[in-house]
Design a protein around this ligand. Sequence first.
Ligand code: AMP
Ligand code: GLY
Length: 427
Amino acid sequence: MTETVLLVGGGGREHAIARAVADDCALYACASVRNPGIRRLADGFETVSETDADAVVEYAIEVNADLAVIGPESALEAGVADALDSAGVYAFGPRAEEARLETDKAYQRRFMAEASIPGCPDFEVFDDMEAACEHVDAYDGDLAVKPAGLTGGKGVKVIGDQVTAEEAKDYLRDSDYDRVVLEERLVGEEFTVQAFVANGDLRTTPAVQDHKRAYEGDEGPNTGGMGSYSDPALALPFMTEGDYGDAVEILEAVVDALPDYKGVLYGQFMLTAEGPKIVEFNARFGDPEAMNALPVLQTPFLDVLTAARDGDPLPELDFSGEATVCKYAVPDGYPVDPDSGARIAVDEESAGDALLYYASVDEREDGLYTTTSRSFAVVGRGDSIAAAETRAEDALSAAGDGLRIRHDVGKADLVERRIEHMDDLRD
Ligand code: AMP
Ligand code: GLY
């Protein structure tokens, strides 16, 4: 029997999900933006707000969906998984209650403390911004200031890295946040591990390193993510196998404490001198990290989804053993003052050996143009990070003008600097 799958969301991450299942099912998709890559792969596409649970359910019923995959956190927070489950359409994505692991950072830290999940930094939660400022003054060491709610990865300010203590206090006083978490600044190298979770089972994918800063050399403002790489091995070159295993144990502890969790569990780790600590959990695939994990997954993703729905153990995962390098092309000026309207010259065919994933593009009669958000990503695969990086750059050579790219992502000297950084910290 052919399964009918509904995909919720229209970014690069969802284009990667679409490509991972399209050949094995009847695929329908709904999102607020019309992603040309997803529309080409899907049998039907409906323009619907991802946070409008009733509209998503209506479309799921109209297309007779057997199950749904939810891409963005905004949909999880809006209870789209709850609504689909109630309508009898299995949603691979946590219900709003479990998604609080991502959508409420105060809940996330308290949950970690109460369930004794390893890797939790020192933290305190404040509802009063003046009291938070006093804590900044009194705390011995640097703090990370984190609004409790969703900010698209752009609300966190790290003292001693992005801001001074005085700037952090101004930020708190000028904000209209109801609640903030102040936590110990973690120092090290960041990495992501994404796991498929259902029925108390967990299957992990290779570690990925994302690059949140807008400019090369990790300068500039935070973004949703500018690019990312993974190694042929499960761990990254600056990690040991033991570090990867410690990260998996942390994710397992979460699943033990939340046995009803289903969907993707994404751990954002800081590899410190003492081992991996949790920067945050997300309740969905990362964007860009989905574009690293799914192209090397050889086990059909649909098999994971149907096992999850049917209450079966999740299949063991096979990977191709290739490295991946993903680079986003964003409009000039992104994220502070992005210029839209630049022509995108590359397409899925001219990308050659690399994979092209659309994020936010404006489709006009004569072609695709940039909007004010990230435009598209390319992913190179190869038997080393260097080989994958070359493939990604080859595809980008025809990207067009008016776009900015972090060419340093996946380059040998950047990877080498990560290794040296960890060696220094561990000495
Ligand atoms: P988040 O929105 O929690 O992913 O945070 C965005 C970015 O802020 C992370 O990717 C880290 O680079 C940084 N960050 C968050 N929490 C901490 C922390 N406790 N110590 C150092 N950096 C942090
Ligand atoms: N790449 C970071 C995120 O998806 O949250």
